[in-house]
Design a protein around this ligand. Structure first.
Ligand SMILES: N[C@@H](CCC(=O)N[C@@H](CS)C(=O)NCC(=O)O)C(=O)O
Length: 376
């Protein structure tokens, strides 16, 4: 972590004396608001997102950017999935990784220090960077996901609102409710250094998973019949579960693929695709093509060296899941948990298998499509 702007590989405490995992508060919490008086306003080409494909928190933000079609407005850099003594780093030659497109930094920590020369904090992804002010806007995934969802409609290529009126209280409540036992729960289990906090974390985790499995017997999504941010928040933990958390973090009471409803629900989300990949607008062009004139303006604004095409574009949920990065990251990055850094092989899950969840009422918003494979 950084201490007064200096990188310290020895100040790496994540557990307290009683053996419980303690997640640090994220320090950069500015807001982008669609409001002429706001310091940070939505603009195309101004903001840059730093992610790791491995990280469930960063995955939420990448997924929201993809589903809304913000690839032309918000560019992305992807760090190396292996996080060593120097923290997250840029290794553009490695498969799926990119350089730092804003400053060509070697390490993510360089950007934290640039934003705050006295920073004392962990150096985490995701990071939302502002090219105008040359600083970090925000590094809290839930807030970045919300800003992409609600403040960038002018630049979004498709009509996707995952925080719809009438559902907002429920979405907030569910995101809060699943955070501690599920999203953070897998870390509480995996990083516990004593039996008791591990038992408590695993107990909370599986009680919560059992609860949501029951809820999902009668409704398609967590908040009812609409796909919402709450599903994104759940998805990025569930999709990593059987391949990583089950084994590496000892969350092995049950696998997600053994749940009657969570497993088809996970496949339903995984197979959610963007509608404009298959459906043309009335004049035969895709929605994206029909808005080509606006896209050209964005191209000019971003200049020649536009990095957006290096990250996912025109893709659905499945293309944001990089299981190779996920597995490499977890199994090789925590030597206390897995000292020999051996990557567990299985399981080989059929995320693309039919899910039959469309028998339940509801579906994704009109800009999205609920099945992965095109019929044509
Ligand atoms: N609360 C943050 C947590 C982000 C986070 O912990 N990211 C992890 C990767 S999964 C990280 O970068 N960890 C580096 C570290 O803690 O040193 C968020 O939701 O954005």
């Amino acid at each position: 972590m950084l201490v007064d702007g200096e990188w310290r590989a020895d100040a790496f405490e994540v557990t307290t004396e009683d053996g419980s995992f303690q997640r640090q508060e994220t320090p950069f919490r500015h807001e982008i608001r669609d409001d002429p008086d706001a310091r940070f306003q939505p603009e195309a080409g101004r903001y840059h997102l730093y992610v790791s494909y491995a990280c469930p928190w960063a995955h939420r933000t990448l997924l929201m950017r993809t589903l809304k079609g913000l690839e032309d407005a918000i560019s992305v850099s992807v760090v190396d999935p292996y996080r060593g003594e120097d923290g997250w780093q840029f290794t553009p030659d490695k498969d799926g990784c990119t350089r730092d497109h804003v400053h060509d930094a070697d390490f993510l920590r360089d950007l934290y220090v640039r934003a705050d020369p006295d920073a004392t904090c962990r150096v985490t992804v995701p990071v939302l960077w502002d090219r105008n002010e040359d600083t970090i806007v925000n590094n809290e995934s839930e807030e970045i996901m919300r800003m992409f969802d609600t403040e960038f409609d002018e630049y979004a290529q498709r009509d996707v609102d995952l925080y719809p009126g009438g559902y907002r209280d429920e979405v907030d409540r569910i995101i809060d409710e699943i955070y501690e036992p599920i999203n953070n729960g897998v870390y509480r289990a995996g990083f516990a250094t004593k039996q008791e906090p591990y038992d408590e974390a695993v107990g909370d985790l599986f009680a919560a998973l059992d609860h949501w499995d029951e809820v999902l017997a009668d409704q398609r999504y967590l908040a009812g019949d609409r796909l919402t941010e709450a599903d994104i928040a759940m998805f990025t933990t569930l999709v990593r579960f059987d391949n990583v958390y089950h084994t590496h973090f000892m969350c092995n009471v049950q696998s997600i693929h053994e749940y009657d409803n969570l497993w088809p629900y996970l496949r339903d989300l995984y197979q959610t695709d963007v509608a404009d990949r298959r459906e043309g607008t009335p004049d035969g062009r895709t929605e994206r093509g029909a808005r080509g004139d606006r896209r050209e303006r964005l191209d000019d604004a971003n200049g020649e060296d536009r990095p957006v095409s290096e990250a996912t574009r025109e893709s659905g949920v499945a293309e944001t899941v990089n299981m190779a990065h996920i597995k490499e990251h977890y199994y090789t990055t925590h030597p206390d948990v897995n000292p020999h850094r051996i990557v567990a092989r299985g399981p080989d899950l059929e995320f693309e298998a039919p899910h039959d969840r469309d028998a339940l009422p509801g579906g994704p918003p009109s800009g999205l499509h609920a099945a992965a494979s095109a019929d044509d």
